[in-house]
Design a protein around this ligand. Structure first.
Ligand SMILES: NC(=O)c1ccc[n+]([C@@H]2O[C@H](COP(=O)([O-])OP(=O)(O)OC[C@H]3O[C@@H](n4cnc5c(N)ncnc54)[C@H](O)[C@@H]3O)[C@@H](O)[C@H]2O)c1
Length: 314
């Protein structure tokens, strides 16, 4: 590290979170290396070339990444993602997530770098209590989403054990339903999907009865928490990041997006399993409990849901 400028590796750096994190860290003057195989990214050649003016970009599988550079920090984001995006990897989702977690831990260890492992609130799938120190419940339900949740949790355990066994410096973050500009509708994220329907004036497809509860967090609030955790003296912590104040049902969300886009699109209720097959699963109720982030980092998300949607559609 020179004059507070760090060398930072971001796996999955061309995805939704990666693109925002890249802008955030570049503004702080850090030197970045991004690795992404474009499996979940919609970055085109022009965008990648523009990024290459500001940082090193490797379009390749993170598992094959070898670098002669050294790093001070690693943010590990690369993963199969999204309720629809993960379906194509069914049967291999957990393995892929754990292999990637091991790779990120090994690179961090080689460089004596601090690792930020991005897990997911999906690890709480069947758990009513969604606090970091509470037990995670397994479920008898089966499907791609469970494989993702278990993979993320197994990845966490792997990272923690690298910490205990080999002294890896790490923290683990569990994000809850992030939203912001530049999020792909193809992976199954509901906000970009509804906005796209409003813009094309096609009906907003609400799954089942739309009473699923989510608490959406704007990416700017999330990055404040994430980067302050990485920059802190904390090591070996697991922290939820989200925004409990933005709790809503999916049906309420659909009406809000119709209102804010001024669209006349209708709402239709559909059974997602008929459209995406048996492996598709709805998520469990997600209530972002961020008391720990608040007490350790002073984390206080500010952007309310209406404002967040307005920022995205503006
Ligand atoms: N977006 C959310 O609401 C949310 C919620 C919880 C957790 N997360 C986690 O945050 C991280 C980032 O998610 P996102 O929303 O930006 O998803 P994303 O799909 O937009 O980004 C992930 C990126 O990783 C890349 N990638 C996947 N496998 C790779 C591999 N083997 N090698 C190199 N690159 C690979 C993809 O091409 C993609 O660009 C993921 O780990 C995800 O599980 C996201």
């Amino acid at each position: 590290m020179k004059n507070g400028k760090k060398k930072i590796l971001i796996s999955g750096g061309l995805g939704f979170v990666g693109k925002h994190l890249t802008c955030y860290l570049l503004e702080q003057g850090h030197e970045l290396t991004l690795v992404d195989n474009l499996s979940g990214s919609d970055c085109d050649t022009n965008r990648i070339e523009a990024l290459r003016q500001k940082c090193r970009v490797f379009v390749m599988n993170f598992l094959d990444f070898k670098s002669t550079e050294t790093f001070d920090e690693v943010y590990h984001l690369a993963s199969p993602v999204g309720a629809i995006g993960i379906l194509k990897s069914s049967g291999r989702i957990s393995k892929e997530i754990v292999d990637l977690a091991v790779k990120a831990s090994e690179i961090a260890l080689e460089n004596n770098a601090k690792l930020m492992y991005i897990s997911s609130s999906e690890v709480y799938y069947a758990s009513e209590v969604q606090e970091e120190e509470s037990n995670i419940l397994l479920t008898i339900h089966q499907g791609a989403r469970i494989e993702y949740a278990m993979g993320k949790y197994a990845g966490e355990i792997s990272v923690r054990n690298f910490g205990l066994h080999q002294g890896l410096k790490y923290n683990i973050c569990r994000p809850f339903n992030l939203i912001g500009k530049d999020q792909s509708s193809k992976l199954g994220f509901v906000v970009p999907r509804f906005i796209e329907s409003c813009r094309q004036n096609t009906s907003l497809e609400v799954f089942h009865d739309g009473q699923q509860v989510r608490s959406f967090c704007h990416i700017d609030d999330f990055l404040e928490g994430l980067v302050s955790l990485q920059n802190s003296e904390l090591v070996g912590e697991t922290i939820n990041l989200g925004n409990i104040k933005n709790k809503t049902t999916i049906l309420e969300l659909a009406y809000l997006i119709i209102e804010l886009t001024g669209s006349t699109a209708a709402i239709s209720f559909v059974n997602p399993s008929l459209k995406y097959g048996k492996l598709y699963m709805e998520g469990g109720e997600k209530i972002a409990n961020t008391k720990k982030a608040n007490s350790l980092l002073g984390y206080e998300p500010k952007i309310e849901l209406r404002e967040a949607i307005q920022k995205i559609i503006s």
